[in-house]
Ligand binder design. Structure first.
Ligand code: AMP
Length: 437
């Protein structure tokens, strides 16, 4: 399969060749023809699969065929959850469209709105935007959607996680009903499917990242360690393995700042990237990381989402995420495009539950390694995949088979119908104590 087979015109093929891409990735070979024929598309694809080109290339192709956007008008709108992702998608549009007469504009919050308003006066064939800033611009009459032909929702799952649902609904209400819709998401949860119903019509469904599987090119392991030893262990690992570029995840902004200070105090160049950092600081940290001027980029989940860093060799979970799906997102930063990556997690006894949840989700037990001098005093208990179901929130009646297998785990013929929901105040005979399952 080549890009030329996909129905793209010479000026796009030239830009692709200049990027050095030889073959379309699986998402590209499926999405490009579907989009070119005018279908709505719903695609499950994580960062690193080539999804951005998957929608950008056919979008440029289609837009190059029509009339240019009038003043303040937008022909294709790409919504992204974060400023970084907006900037990266904007860069891709500019790169792939460099030989085409297509005008693109990128807008996001955290920077002055006036230059963006001025820029939109000439209209945008493609507008890449974060939801909040887009609504601000709309409210100031800087952007008009009367001629909108195409809507792309990029990383829709993260948009919902970040609470953008109301902004998205408001934006949808402003758009013409007749348009082509493309929805990209790393995972398709029930919430995303619910949202999709209101956006895409008879979509072509593409799935290149089966739900909750982690890239096969990523080697994963955990280091059981006491919480207070984590910073020293990370320093030791960076030094012993001579890691030059490592993306480190922490659960909190404070944690990211604290760890960055610790690394710097040990002579490891590091920068933190999170929601409290200004746009300028975030862009600078990312640029320094990409150009190897700093060794460690310490990020929270939200800030790291969508960071486009090619072939990142090393990802470290300094803390395990509370939401197990975030683990899959995090380690998706490494092992891209066939390159071998390595994802390690520093796990303390308090995080046993998160660890078990992650292992259940990815259906694999993570191998453990211990570094001399960092053996945990507080042991991380051994986990098994056949863990009993999580402790129910409410007490329920004793059911002998429930203590062995959850309902969902039993073959359908052995499942009994669900009981009616218990009414308020109604109690059962079973009492759970702390620590029981
Ligand atoms: P994305 O999944 O859109 O974040 O893309 C991940 C990376 O893959 C980007 O750095 C792209 O430049 C690169 N890429 C996209 N398509 C291809 C391709 N067909 N061949 C090689 N690299 C690609």
């Amino acid at each position: 399969m080549t890009f030329a087979n996909l129905g793209l015109s010479p000026s796009i093929l030239q830009a692709i060749a200049e990027q050095g891409y030889e073959h379309p990735s699986p998402i590209q070979s499926q999405a490009i023809p579907a989009i070119l024929t005018g279908h709505d598309v719903m695609a499950a694809a994580q960062t690193g699969t080539g999804k951005t080109a998957g929608f950008t290339l056919p979008m440029l192709e289609l837009l190059s065929r029509g009339e240019r956007a009038g003043p303040n008008q937008v022909r294709a709108l790409v919504l992204t959850p974060t400023r970084e992702l907006a900037a990266q998608v904007g860069d891709s549009v500019a790169t792939y469209g460099r030989h085409m007469p297509v005008r693109s504009v990128v807008v996001f919050g955290g920077v002055k709105i006036n230059p963006q308003m001025m820029n939109l006066r000439r209209g945008a064939d493609i507008l890449v935007a974060t939801p909040g800033r887009l609504l601000d611009l709309y409210n100031q009459n800087a952007v008009k959607f009367r001629h909108l032909e195409m809507l792309v929702l990029d990383e829709a799952d993260r948009m919902l996680d970040m609470g953008f649902i109301h902004d998205i609904r408001r934006i949808l209400s402003l758009l013409p009903a007749r348009r082509q819709n493309l929805l990209f998401s790393a995972t398709f949860s029930d919430d995303i499917r619910q949202l999709a119903k209101t956006i895409v019509h008879q979509p072509v469904e593409i799935d290149v990242s089966p739900r909750n599987t982690t890239a096969r090119t990523v080697r994963q392991c955990i280091y059981p360690v006491d919480k207070n030893k984590k910073p020293a262990l990370l320093t030791r690992l960076i030094e012993t393995h001579n890691w030059q570029q490592v993306l480190v995840f922490t659960r909190t902004k404070h944690g990211a700042n604290r760890l960055t200070r610790h690394l710097e105090s040990k002579g490891i160049l590091a920068a933190a990237i999170h929601g409290n950092k200004s746009q300028g600081a975030r862009t600078k940290a990312l640029a320094n990381f990409k150009s190897n001027e700093i060794t460690a980029l310490v990020a929270t989940d939200i800030a790291a989402r969508g960071l486009d860093i090619d072939q990142l060799p090393q990802v470290v979970n300094f803390d395990l995420p509370n939401v197990p799906e975030d683990y899959v997102h995090r380690i998706g930063r490494t092992g891209r495009a066939g390159a071998q990556g390595h994802a390690i997690s520093l796990v303390c006894a308090d995080e046993t539950k998160q660890l078990a949840d992650i292992e259940r989700l990815i259906n694999e037990l993570l191998p453990r390694e211990v570094v001399d001098g960092f053996e945990p005093v507080n042991q991380v208990p051994t986990t098994t995949l056949s863990n009993k179901p999580r402790r129910p929130k409410k007490p329920k009646k004793t059911q002998p088979e429930d203590s062995v297998q959850s309902r969902a785990e039993r073959p359908p013929q052995q499942r009994r119908p669900r009981r009616r929901p218990r009414k308020n105040g109604e109690t059962s005979g079973r009492v759970f104590t702390q620590g029981s399952r």
